[in-house]
Design a protein around this ligand. Sequence first.
Ligand code: SF4
Length: 1014
Amino acid sequence: MDTSIAYDVVLLPDTDRAVAYRKRAADSGCSLMGVTVAAFGVWVRDLWELYGDGRTFVSRLEREALLRAACEGPAEGDCVDSENGKRAQRDGASGRCELAEGRIADGACALVGDSEAGALGLDRVAAACVAAGVGLPAFDAAVRDARQGVPAGAGALEGVTRAEVPVLRMIGEYLDRLAQLELIEPGQALALLPELLPQRPLRVLLEDAAPLTPGQEAFFSACPWMEVEVRAASGYQGPVRAPEGVRVRFAFPSGQYAWPALLADIVRDALGAAAGRGAAPAAVAVPVAAAGSAAGDDGASSCEDASGSADGYRDGRSAGAQAAAVVVAAKDPAVLFGRVAPALVRQGHVVALRGRRRFVDTSFGRAICSLRRFLDDGQVGGASHIEGYGDIAATDVERWDRADLADWALSPFSGMTKKAAFKLDADMRADRTARRSDLCARLRGDNPMFAAMERLALQLDAQAAAELEVAVRRMTNRSEAWRAEQLAALRALQRAADAAKLAGLGADAAFDQAKRLKVNVSRIVAPRGCDGAALGAPDVLMTDQSTAASLGSGSCKVLVAADLTSAAYPAADPEDASRVLLEHLGVERADSALARMRRAFFALEHAATDQLILERCLNDSSADPTYPCVVLEEFVDCYRDDPTATEDIDNPYSLPERLQDGMLLRGEDALCANDTLSDAPAPEAARIEPPLTGAVSSEARSLVVLPRVLQGGQVLDEPCLSPSQIESYLECPYKWFAQRRLRLDDLDEGFGPLEMGDFAHNALHSFYKHMSEDLGEAKVTPQLLAQARELMADVLARHKALQPHLRQSENRLIPTSQVEHRELAELERKLMDYLDFEAELLPTFAPKYLEYDVACGGAVDYAGHKLLGTADRIDVDGEGRCAIIDYKGSISGSYALGVREEGRLGKVQALIYAQVIRRTLGLEPVGALYVCYGRRKMISGAYDGRVIENAHLPNMRHKDCMCADRPFSDVLDETEEAVAAALERMLAGDIRPRPETPEACKWCPVSSCSERRG
Ligand code: SF4
């Protein structure tokens, strides 16, 4: 740097560099008295404020909002005074619109990335064109001609396609609107300023400059009284060898698990063992005083820093950035900091972060976006076509997701304790009838935080934002840095809201914009007892490439350039519609992604005095191989004799042998070491034996079956089971254990086979009860079908009406969507159709016992143990013979007696009931039947072929179910014997996964089972 500045104005690409320039001048004793040092965009804004016509620069958010409004149609309810067409200032209560300040941030480009522009709508294409083209004669003429109806290809629209003309017309309307609002594009101001500026000599230096944009070129050409010197930023031709004395090393973690551990190793090695500032593990976190964005400012485009006004972020880079011993330039420094900083702090180092985080990744951003999704009525609209159901419109319940409210409730912005948040979640999930409006009313009533967030999320209410700001400031249990980050996010949303209001847009537009914003994040963490903020110079600074590049030559001992993959730093500029349109108008982009990368890499190379470490993860998060970014390849080529050769770099690292010296490698096999970021063996705190699987320990064996409370309050200590439990154990012991003992049930109230089955059982029970009570008939016959249908219709209507009044534990059936309503209607149809089948079933028998408690309130003996349960129905004939009927919604092959020929028991519930009935009621069982009321009416099970005629069991595979060669009672005894053996195994704690058929695994909740079949 010159010790005496020979310029009146020194312009730098962005504010970071301007601040660094001033600091270097101060350090070197160079006076800047009377010298303006600023980013180009800031300087132009200042000139416009002094010499302009009073209009204010439009911000990027405002530009995008106004263009979106132009795209969507005429603006309504915006901030324009209807009488004079001028922009009105509204006060806080009615929606504040204070847009006069900080309109153009100094190079703080707040968008997530330029690459997104390609995927965006017409308004975003127009916004990109406006930022780059407005103020240039060719562009302005094209806009004018498009508005005057000149056809594509004629006049100033030569080379413009028909599809592009509407975009130019829309830009024209936007510029008119801008004038109405007393706003101006920076490009327009740049074109007007030469006429307005006093023509006195001015020595201007563009230091560290990127190639001038067409707007800048035109401006300086129109100001001949300015003596302009451009000092191009170094490195634009490509990387060079690292400076003499700087050791170059390469680092290759093999994958994402090894990545943070290797970076921690590198930092630790670089810092050496010298850091001994106390070793208490806990750390303090405070925000680093930080400035705006590191994004470039080309002067013609207005950029906005999402965190510009947050306390603690207000102004200027701290000295801490300058003197960090190690600087790590990462693609996402906040993620790296989160993974690595705690381990480094434990070892006594002070670690700082300076980076940017997406609005939606901040705690506030996540909370408000979740709440908005929950509250937003329009998130699911229209009808969707579902195979078999036709066009289905979403119901109210489908328009909101319980998870969104739960996410908000679990955030620090709900004002709820964790316990209360989990309870709210559990209550919502257990109740399908929960209504959004009721939940809102309940939360509104007793949670002021919800009320404020709701007003902000739905109405962008400025008063609510103010209340939230106060609430954040009161969260003193959180670190100051965290609070600053949330305040920055809150203000980013407010700015997006203000821009949307200005354009007459609603909350949707504001949230769309806010979601693309990034906010500055800064932290400094230090070992306990060490005031990191007061230190000024952290041991390690983690930041992005652009910020690291702005630190200046020799600013650190070791520089680690991380994530040097082609995916993290693509060299190609996005080919989007705005670029094509600008090219058609002859507006070429002066700069390119590759040139920017080269300049940044050059600066990184020269930032270190001792070591330059270049890191590339060999595999990405999908375990696919990565490729070096272009500048890394170019840098490697600097050290090769023949850059066109391939043999010398044909290795996993793409490095010639001479650069492989001192390579830093780390694999992913050392899982614990990678996770703890330490190779030191972890001290053994406790030894835990692997849990016993497939068996219940001897101490817990007595709890395999819990004591039962019988009717009347009597507690039965001996093992007592139900036929369905036994059947489940026979199906697969481990599945039984998971379902019945661990109860791996879903928290959500369901609408599935369980609820449908209970509804059908209850309806059929009620139907037969009323058959005998109202019609005086026990059995449906062909003659009674008409009356039976009438009765069934009545029963179904009453049962449907009853469902919402049942307890959740009663498996009520509550449809909440159109699809579920149709499923319920289909079930009703099935039950109605079942009556025809019923009229043909067992005509010589009649239902006598319905939902019969086989143990009559107590417990009966079966297979050497106690048993209780309820048989769906028992049909009896005049000879004292009975058939046990179990209703099923569907039936598989396992229900037939014939499966015993395959060496398995199959389904046993009805057979168990039959044996118990034989003993308790003295009836002679001749059938244990499973009757399906589903779409295909059919029967399965076992029956005595010598007693029941095949014709009385329609839709049955008789040969699989009939027992004709031996007494039916033999089947019942044989079943009891097999069940007794199984119960012995159960009570001995044998719960090994042993599926009887692959079908058992189909709906099994044990997701990680080594025996899973099918
Ligand atoms: S997955 Fe299959 S084998 Fe495993 S527990 Fe479930 S049913 Fe048994």
